[in-house]
Design a protein. Structure first.
Lengths: 291, 313
C-alpha cells in the first residue's frame, strides 16, 4: 500500500511537470501548427535563471520566480520573431528542423553562459519530508502540484474569460475567420510563444530544487512533455494536462514495478501505443482528410 | 531529368585519385565518417525526398546495424561478413515491425512515432548492459575481414566505404528514375492520386522504408568494424535529427543534394572544433539561418542565386 502510494506521489509530481510542458506544446501548436522542439530548452532556461537569481544572487523567492519566468517568456517571443516568423509558410519538416536548430542554439548559449556543471537551487519550503500513510513526500513536490494547478487554472481562466484569450482560441479554430472578425493574428502568435515559454519556465523553476539546473536538462523533459501532448491529443489543453499526469503516473508505475532503468523508454512505449491505436490522442479531434 | 553519369564518374575519379595520393590519416577518417553518413542519407533521401515520409529515428537502424555486427563478432566470434548479414536481418525485421503500423500515420504523427522508436532503441542500447556493454560501450570489435583479407588502415576503409557509397548512389539514381521512383514522387505529391493510378501506396512506402533502414544498418555495421568500439552516444535522437538535417539542408528530393548536405554537416563540426566550446552554438546558428533563408536547401538555393546573378549580369 505504502509502496503503491509512493509511486503514485512521484508520478503525480513528474506528471505535473509534464503537464505544464505539454500545455506549452499545445499552445504553440494551436497558434502556428508548429511542433516546437525547443520547448524543453525553455524549461532549462527557467531552471538556470532560478539558479542564478535565487541560488547565486539570493533574491527573494517571488522576485526570482517572476524574473525567471518573465525573462524566459521574453526569449520565447524573440524566438518566434527571429526564427519562426521569417520562415512562416515553410514545410512541416523545415519548421521542425528550425526549432531543433533553435534548441541546439539555446543549449549552446546556456553552456557558454552557465558552464557544464549542474547548479544547485535551494528548496523553497525546506527539506523535511512529510510522512503520509507509509509513503513520504518532500514539501517541494507538494509545491510543484500546487503551482502547476494554479498555472493550469489561471490559463483556463485566461482562455475562457478574457477577450485576448478568446481571440487566441478563435485564431486556433480558424485563423482566416478570426482575421475577418478583425482579430490581429500576429501579436497573438507572439503572445502564444510568450505564454508557452513562460509555462515551461514555471516547470523548470519548480523542478530545479529537486533535479538541479544543467544546460542539457531540457531535451529529455521536452520530449516527455511532447509525448504527453500527443497522448492528450495535441490540440486540447485539457488533454495536455490529462496526458501529462497520465504519462507521469504510468512512468512511475513502470519504473516501480518493472525496472527503473527503463523509465525513459516507458514514456515512449506509451507514445507509440497511443499513436498506433488512436493517433488523434485521448481528447483530440480526428483530422479531417483533405484531398 | 536525365541520369547524369558524368558527375558520378568525375566524383569516382576524384575520390580514387585522392585515396591514392593522400597520406594524412585524419583526412581519411573525416571522409570515412562522411561516407558512412552518405550511405544513411541516400536511403533517407529516397524515403523523405521521394516518398515524402519523415523519419526521426534512423539513428536507431544505424545503431542496430552497428550493435548486431559488434556483438556477434566481438562476443560470439562470428565472421564479420556473416555478422553484417545478421545485422541486415535484424534491421529489416525491426523496420518491418515499426514501419507497418507507423507508415499509416502522416506528417507530425509519423515523425513522432519514429522519434519514439529511436528513443526506445537508444535506451535498450544503454540498459541491456550484459549484451551491449551499456553506457561505457562495446569494446573488442574485430576489424573487417573479407575473404581472408583484413582491413586495417583508414585508407583501406576509405576505398571500401566509398566504393559502396558510389555503388549505392548509382543504384539509388537508377531507382529514382525507374517507374518505382516516379511512383514515389507521385506519392510525395498526393497519396490519393497515386492510389487512383493503381499503386499500392502502403507497399511503396514500406518498401522504401525497408530500403532506407537497410542502408542505415549497413553503414552501422561498417562503422562498428571501422571504429572497433561503439557506445550509445553515437545513436541518440540528436543523431537522427542530424541525419534528417543533412537531407533537408542539401535539398529534399535530390540525391546529390543529400550528399551535399551530408558533406556540409560532416565537415562543419570538424572545422568548428577550432572554436572549442562555441562549436555547438555556431552549428545551431548556421542550421537555423540556412533553413530560414534557403528553405529549399543548399543545392536549389545556391542554384537559384546563381541563376539570378546570370540574368542580372
Amino acid at each position: 500500500m505504502g509502496e503503491l502510494l509512493q509511486y503514485f506521489l512521484s508520478g503525480l509530481t513528474s506528471g505535473a511537470i509534464y503537464a505544464l510542458i505539454a500545455l506549452g506544446f499545445t499552445i504553440i501548436y494551436n497558434a502556428t501548427e508548429v511542433i516546437n522542439f525547443a520547448q524543453g530548452e525553455f524549461v532549462m532556461l527557467g531552471a538556470m535563471f532560478m539558479a542564478t537569481f535565487l541560488g547565486k544572487m539570493g533574491l527573494p523567492l517571488p522576485v526570482a520566480f517572476a524574473l525567471s519566468v518573465g525573462l524566459t517568456a521574453l526569449i520565447g517571443i524573440l524566438v518566434e520573431r527571429l526564427t519562426i516568423y521569417p520562415a512562416r509558410g515553410a514545410s512541416v519538416i523545415t519548421l521542425i528542423i528550425i526549432t531543433i536548430g533553435v534548441s541546439i542554439l539555446l543549449k549552446g548559449v546556456a553552456m557558454f553562459v552557465w558552464g557544464k556543471d549542474s547548479l544547485a537551487v535551494p528548496a523553497f519550503l525546506g527539506e523535511e519530508p512529510i510522512r503520509l500513510f507509509g509513503a513520504t513526500i518532500i514539501p517541494q513536490s507538494i509545491l510543484i502540484l500546487v503551482v502547476a494547478l494554479v498555472a493550469v487554472l489561471g490559463l483556463e481562466f485566461f482562455f475562457k474569460h478574457t477577450l485576448t484569450g478568446q481571440a487566441m482560441r478563435a485564431c486556433a479554430a480558424n485563423r482566416l475567420a478570426a482575421r475577418l472578425l478583425g482579430i490581429k493574428v500576429e501579436p497573438l502568435v507572439l503572445l502564444a510563444f510568450g505564454v508557452s515559454a513562460g509555462l515551461s519556465a514555471i516547470a523548470g523553476v519548480i523542478i530545479s530544487p529537486i533535479t538541479f539546473a544543467t544546460y542539457d536538462m531540457g531535451t529529455m523533459l521536452g520530449l516527455k512533455g511532447f509525448s504527453a501532448a500527443v497522448l492528450g491529443g495535441l490540440t486540447s489543453s485539457f488533454g495536455a494536462v490529462a496526458g501529462g499526469f497520465l504519462l507521469g503516473l504510468l512512468e512511475a508505475l513502470a519504473a516501480g514495478f518493472i525496472s527503473s532503468a527503463y523509465k525513459d523508454a516507458a514514456a515512449f512505449v506509451i507514445l507509440l501505443l497511443m499513436l498506433f491505436l488512436k493517433p488523434e490522442g485521448l481528447f483530440g479531434q480526428g483530422e479531417i482528410k483533405k484531398l | 531529368m536525365k541520369l547524369n553519369y558524368g558527375i558520378w564518374a568525375s566524383l569516382a575519379l576524384v575520390l580514387f585519385v585522392f585515396g591514392l595520393s593522400n597520406t594524412n590519416d585524419y583526412f581519411f577518417n573525416v571522409l570515412n565518417v562522411l561516407g558512412l553518413n552518405s550511405l544513411v542519407v541516400l536511403g533517407l533521401a529516397l524515403l523523405m525526398g521521394y516518398a515524402g515520409q519523415v523519419s526521426l529515428g534512423h539513428a536507431a537502424f544505424y545503431g542496430l546495424g552497428a550493435y548486431t555486427s559488434g556483438i556477434l563478432t566481438a562476443k560470439y566470434s562470428l565472421s564479420p561478413l556473416l555478422g553484417i548479414g545478421a545485422a541486415q536481418a535484424v534491421v529489416l525485421v525491426s523496420a518491418l515491425l515499426i514501419g507497418l503500423p507507423a507508415l499509416r500515420l502522416k506528417g507530425h504523427y509519423l515523425a513522432m512515432a519514429t522519434l519514439g522508436f529511436g528513443v526506445i532503441v537508444h535506451v535498450l542500447f544503454k540498459e541491456t548492459i550484459s549484451l551491449t556493454g551499456g553506457p561505457s560501450g562495446l569494446v573488442g570489435i574485430p576489424p573487417l575481414q573479407i575473404f581472408g583479407f583484413t582491413l586495417l588502415s583508414s585508407r583501406e576503409y576509405f576505398f571500401l566505404i566509398w566504393s559502396l557509397v558510389l555503388l549505392i548512389l548509382l543504384f539509388s539514381l537508377h531507382l529514382a528514375h525507374s517507374p518505382f521512383g516516379r511512383a514515389l514522387l507521385a506519392l510525395h505529391d498526393s497519396e490519393a492520386a497515386t492510389q487512383a493510378l493503381g499503386y499500392d501506396t502502403s507497399r511503396l512506402k514500406l518498401l522504401v522504408f525497408l530500403l532506407s533502414a537497410s542502408f542505415a544498418g549497413l553503414a552501422g555495421s561498417l562503422y562498428a568494424h571501422f571504429a572497433m568500439f561503439i557506445s550509445p552516444t553515437s545513436f541518440t535522437f540528436l543523431h537522427s535529427v542530424k541525419l534528417v538535417t543533412m537531407v533537408v539542408i542539401g535539398g529534399v528530393a535530390s540525391l546529390w543534394g543529400a550528399l551535399l548536405g551530408a558533406s556540409v554537416l560532416s565537415i562543419l563540426p570538424e572545422v568548428l572544433t577550432v572554436f572549442e566550446d562555441y562549436d555547438v552554438l555556431i552549428f545551431g546558428a548556421i542550421l537555423v539561418t540556412i533553413m530560414i533563408f534557403l528553405p529549399d536547401g543548399l543545392l536549389k538555393g545556391l542554384n537559384n542565386l546563381w541563376q539570378k546573378r546570370k540574368t542580372h549580369g
